[in-house]
Design a protein around this ligand. Structure first.
Ligand SMILES: Nc1ncnc2c1ncn2[C@@H]1O[C@H](COP(=O)(O)OP(=O)(O)O)[C@@H](O)[C@H]1O
Ligand SMILES: O=P(O)(O)O[C@H]1O[C@H](CO)[C@@H](O[C@H]2O[C@H](CO)[C@@H](O)[C@H](O)[C@H]2O)[C@H](O)[C@H]1O
Length: 458
């Protein structure tokens, strides 16, 4: 790959960009530090993918650390990936992508905008991914044996509610750009890669990816085959509910897919046995998350002691010598993470990043597989609660069918470990309360209803 003039690092550009970024960043869906003012930025790396002072649009790749005063601890000093387009003036079609204007230096007055919204700039990223190589700190890699990626596929941004940003190329590939990035291998590359190498067909193959080795090892983007015409389990479940249809065949199939992926992950990556002090740590982590959640969302306070009892029950089992197998898991499994292609095509599992708010080290640790099962069971409850009147029986039947499918396909029946399952469902509902309070306050009653129910159980 040619390094041309584009490896010049325009370090002086950040002060000129900072006032616009400070206004724009908090409004982005993927910005994790909402609610606390942005105090400043420091540059981790800057790479000109297209010259900024040329006649056409320029493209600047930035890794930027965001300082926030009074930031909640998980989001202080977070590092974000930004793709900044630079033009003299913005064509009307790109008006919604506006970030602002450069304020100083030789490019003062130029318009800066969200580069992923510009098909011309998005195409350039695919061009880089087609050929392995380096560009400044960025390193582009390809999956051995994957067919060549065609040139000139038209690009479009994916309009989905998501934690990152995705670009679709000619309905053939989808590139996910990670927004809040953490040093170390991203499980959304690591796990699909391990599964693809093991021949598991339940996951779209990561055909190419890019990241940095220095100043820190970051995974920045993963390209996978796009599954055209696919629909996710959430959409299918809502359709079934709207038509007053059961969802048993689908729930069972989802259980089977989950078990298949778990078996493949356990075969491909290290597993451990949890017991004794490990169980204590597992329960203690759930308690800590509950405590942090009650600080963030005071509505949880009255329920906390009863919720805690389910975590204590797991700890008590550990103390009595019970052990559990732990392995790498999906970490944020819900109905929106399983896609079905048209005409009964097989289901595929996506988005192995885990819960974006959890520390990466925690997400990459082996955990009981039932954690994913709990995530999916919570999702049936979510779907049922969007239905008026609330259709509890629908969720209950899905739950049984899903667990049946999971056990049929070789997974341990999740119902055989009721304490662990309940602890994970509670832990997930606590996570959801914080997630909804932060990102979608209108949805808060959904996990709060589950919290009430869990707290009322014996
Ligand atoms: N391989 C794929 N084929 C088709 N659509 C996909 C594919 N991967 C992801 N999507 C779509 O993109 C959306 C966002 O992807 P996801 O990996 O969940 O991103 P995020 O982690 O940012 O939430 C999904 O809900 C799905 O609609
Ligand atoms: O978008 P991500 O995959 O990163 O996951 C986050 O957002 C999800 C919502 O988009 C959130 O899922 C919650 O809402 C779903 C319905 O929209 C529901 O099916 C899930 O069961 C529920 O947890 C997920 O928790 C969050 O990490």
């Amino acid at each position: 790959m040619s390094e041309a003039a584009s490896t010049r690092t325009p370090l002086g550009l950040l002060p000129s960009l900072a006032p616009s970024l400070r206004r724009w960043l908090p409004g982005q869906r993927w910005f994790a530090g909402k609610g606390c003012a942005v105090a400043g930025f420091s540059l981790v790396s800057a790479t000109e993918l297209l010259p900024l002072d040329g006649p056409g649009p320029g493209l600047l790749h930035l890794l930027v650390r965001v300082r926030q005063r009074e930031a909640p601890s998980p989001s202080s000093g977070d590092c974000y990936q930004l793709l900044i387009g630079v033009r003299e003036t913005l064509p009307p079609a790109l008006a919604p992508a506006l970030i602002g204007h450069l304020t100083e230096g030789p490019l003062a007055g130029r318009t800066v905008y969200e580069g992923t919204r510009d098909p011309r700039l998005a195409t350039l990223l695919l061009e880089r991914l087609r050929t392995p190589g380096s560009l400044g700190p960025l390193r582009f890699d390809r999956f051995d044996g994957a067919p060549a990626i065609p040139a000139d596929l038209p690009a479009r941004p994916l309009d989905a509610e998501q934690s990152n940003s995705s670009l679709v190329y000619g309905d053939a590939y989808i590139l996910k750009l990670f927004r809040r990035i953490h040093p170390g291998p991203n499980p959304d590359l690591e796990l699909p890669l391990a599964l693809a190498r093991a021949g598991c067909e339940r996951v779209p193959v990561p055909v190419a990816w890019y990241g940095t080795a220095t100043p820190e090892p970051f995974t920045l983007g993963v390209l996978q085959p796009f599954l055209p015409g696919s629909r996710d389990g959430w959409v299918l479940a809502l359709e079934a509910l709207a038509d007053d249809r059961p969802f048993l065949g689908e729930a069972r199939a989802l259980g089977r897919v989950t078990a298949e992926v778990h078996t493949a992950l356990a075969d491909a990556l290290p597993t451990v046995k949890l017991g004794g002090p490990h169980t204590e740590r597992l329960a203690a982590a759930m308690v800590r998350r509950l405590e942090a959640a009650t600080r963030a969302v005071p509505a949880l306070v009255p329920y906390a002691p009863r919720l805690r009892a389910s975590f204590d029950a797991v700890e008590a089992l550990g103390a009595r010598g019970r052990t559990w197998a732990a392995q790498r898991v999906h970490g944020d499994l819900h109905l929106g993470q399983i896609l079905r292609g048209p005409e009964d095509a097989p289901w595929s599992v996506i988005d192995f990043e885990g819960e974006p708010a959890r520390p990466l080290t925690e997400r990459c640790r082996p955990q009981p597989a039932v954690r994913d099962v709990a995530g999916m069971l919570r999702s049936f409850d979510y779907a049922a609660r969007t239905h008026r009147p609330w259709n509890a029986a629908w969720a209950e039947r899905c739950r049984e069918a899903y667990c049946d499918g999971y056990a049929e396909a070789g997974g341990d029946d999740p119902r055989s470990e009721p304490e662990l399952l309940r602890a994970y469902e509670t832990d997930k509902a606590v996570y959801e309360v914080v997630y909804e309070a932060r990102h979608r306050p209108d949805w808060l009653p959904v996990p709060m209803a589950a919290i009430e129910r869990f707290a009322a159980l014996d």
